[in-house]
Design a protein around this ligand. Structure first.
Ligand SMILES: Nc1ncnc2c1ncn2[C@@H]1O[C@H](COP(=O)(O)OP(=O)(O)OP(=O)(O)O)[C@@H](O)[C@H]1O
Length: 238
């Protein structure tokens, strides 16, 4: 099976009098069921890379295949469909629509994709929210929820169309330590129990160390790709 993400020499440069390179020559392959941290100093290009991989932005160099599809060959409509079916996003600041209830926020991606009836979308939204401990909160607006609850609604929304891949930009960055731990456990269980693949930007090296693989960017380039938790492949002598 092809990797879920396969980037070859990916680059993103902004054209300006002095061009700005956000992402340079990143080659990277992520398989299904990986739980990957994307780390690096502020301004190193983590969000820029995440936007490219999430098809929210287009590279100026290199190639990107998502779920085996060469994204450079897709028109806008096909890119949008691939994004809706394959990728869920969770951002640091939830970006829920403030005038819609928790349930409606989760229903929207399903209604946009148009594969479920309104009634089925509603049932699925309630099931997802219920599974994330939000059973009593379907009708609340984002402002009526705590930060941790809002982030769980954002996770439910990311899962609405059952995408294999979830991209998260500092998903615990704005949360207190208890909510942060809760959201981290939810993301980890999505990989372990539901077979999702997660790539999460984080500044928290403690969290990154608890994930399966850590990528590090400096100045837009990938300088580290390691597996902190992996057993040492060479057993100690004796
Ligand atoms: N539209 C833009 N125009 C000009 N510069 C930009 C633009 N978008 C990003 N940059 C610059 O590109 C660099 C990479 O930004 P990016 O947000 O990807 O980094 P980051 O690693 O996610 O940072 P942070 O950890 O602070 O969120 C930064 O120096 C940023 O200021």
């Amino acid at each position: 099976m092809s990797p879920l993400i396969d980037a070859r020499h990916l680059g993103r440069t902004l054209a300006a009098t002095v061009p700005v390179t956000l992402v340079r020559d990143v080659s990277l392959s992520i398989e299904a069921r990986e739980f990957v941290a994307l780390t690096g100093p502020s301004g190193s290009g983590k969000s820029s890379l995440l936007y490219l991989l999430g098809l929210l932005d287009r590279p100026t160099a290199g190639t990107l295949a998502i779920a085996g599809q060469d994204t450079g060959r897709l028109d806008e409509r096909a890119r949008s469909e691939l994004r809706l079916t394959t990728i869920g996003f969770v951002f640091q600041f939830h970006f829920l629509l403030p005038e819609f209830t928790a349930r409606a926020n989760v229903e929207i991606p399903m209604l946009r994709l148009g594969r479920l009836t309104r009634r089925a979308a509603r049932a699925r939204a309630e099931e997802l929210l219920g599974g994330l401990g939000l059973a009593g909160h379907f009708d609340k607006l984002p402002e009526q929820l705590s930060g941790g609850q809002r982030q769980r609604v954002a996770v439910a929304r990311a899962l609405a169309n059952d995408p294999p891949l979830v991209l998260a930009d500092e998903p615990t960055g704005s949360l207190d330590s208890k909510s942060s731990e809760q959201v981290f456990a939810i993301l980890r269980d999505l990989v372990r129990e539901r077979g999702k693949t997660i790539l999460a930007v984080t500044h928290d090296l403690g969290l990154a160390a608890r994930m399966d693989r850590r990528l590090e960017l400096i100045d837009g380039g990938l300088i580290t790709d390691d597996r902190p938790g992996a057993p040492d492949p060479t057993p100690a002598p004796g």
